[in-house]
Design a protein around this ligand. Structure first.
Ligand code: NI
Length: 253
């Protein structure tokens, strides 16, 4: 079965059919989903969904775009939420320098460091969001050599990918790797061993070809597996099985 390691079912775009859609997933060959939070409210919602759906697991964290009102007490709330049985990671956390209106870089970096420290304290892996911030993200994760994680929607170079993989990190890819203009992702997928790769949708965003433009959901993660299979010259089945095992080992499921 397929393991969608990153989807946001807390998103309002799922309000009208969330339960129906999630309940349909095992019948669509999707056997596991990790839903990361992006602030305290969505982290709580991820935990609630994990209680309700046996195949859904949660991650809790504050996304760099949402750290503008950060208060250190939020770390205590995350620690409490992370104590829930089906919380398997701290995420998604990271740096996002793409949008000019995002919180200041220094604040994003502080919030990332505090959440990496929390992951270290709790011995949990992290789910990293790195958009146009490769050098700073790499430098900060290097400050925490005991913390391991995954770079979701990896967009760095082959060189950066090799360095992360050598240090024990995983890389995860989604519909962005299927877009016609995708350049780096196919190169990285070709260069990195299959046992370091995971697949995801980032639903409702980044819908893979041939459904680009529609709302994304976990059933479309098969198109990501097919793209990896094409690039590596192996069968989609092999990618499905390997990424299932990789994801289970990584999240301890
Ligand atoms: Ni995401």
């Amino acid at each position: 079965m397929l393991f969608d390691t990153h989807a946001h079912y807390d998103d309002a775009r799922f309000d009208r059919d969330r339960d129906e859609l999630l309940t349909s997933m095992p019948g669509k060959n999707v056997g596991l989903i990790v839903n990361p939070g992006c602030d305290l409210a969505t982290s709580r919602m991820a935990v609630e969904m994990a209680r309700k759906y046996q195949f859904l697991y949660a991650a809790v964290g504050i996304h760099p775009e949402n750290c503008g009102d950060f208060d250190p007490a939020m770390i205590d709330t995350l620690r409490t939420l992370a104590g829930e049985k089906k919380v398997v990671a701290i995420g998604e956390i990271g740096l996002d320098y793409y949008w000019a209106e995002n919180p200041p870089k220094e604040l994003q970096q502080e919030v990332l460091r505090r959440q990496l420290a929390l992951a270290e304290e709790l011995s949990l892996p992290v789910i990293i969001h790195d958009r146009d911030a490769h050098a700073d993200t790499l430098a900060i994760v290097r400050e925490f050599p005991h913390v391991k994680g995954v770079f979701h929607c990896f967009a760095g170079s082959v060189e950066m990918a090799r360095e992360l993989v050598r240090a024990g990190w995983m890389l995860s890819f989604n519909g962005a790797a299927t877009f016609k203009n995708a350049r780096k992702a196919p190169e990285v997928i070709a260069a990195v061993p299959l046992d370091k790769l995971m697949i995801e949708t980032d639903a409702p965003y980044l819908t893979p070809v041939p459904h680009r433009g529609e709302r994304n959901d976990s059933s479309y993660v098969c198109f990501v597996a097919e793209q990896i299979a094409r690039i590596k010259g192996i069968s989609p089945r092999e990618v499905e099985e390997a990424t299932w095992e990789n994801g289970r080992a990584f999240f301890g499921i």
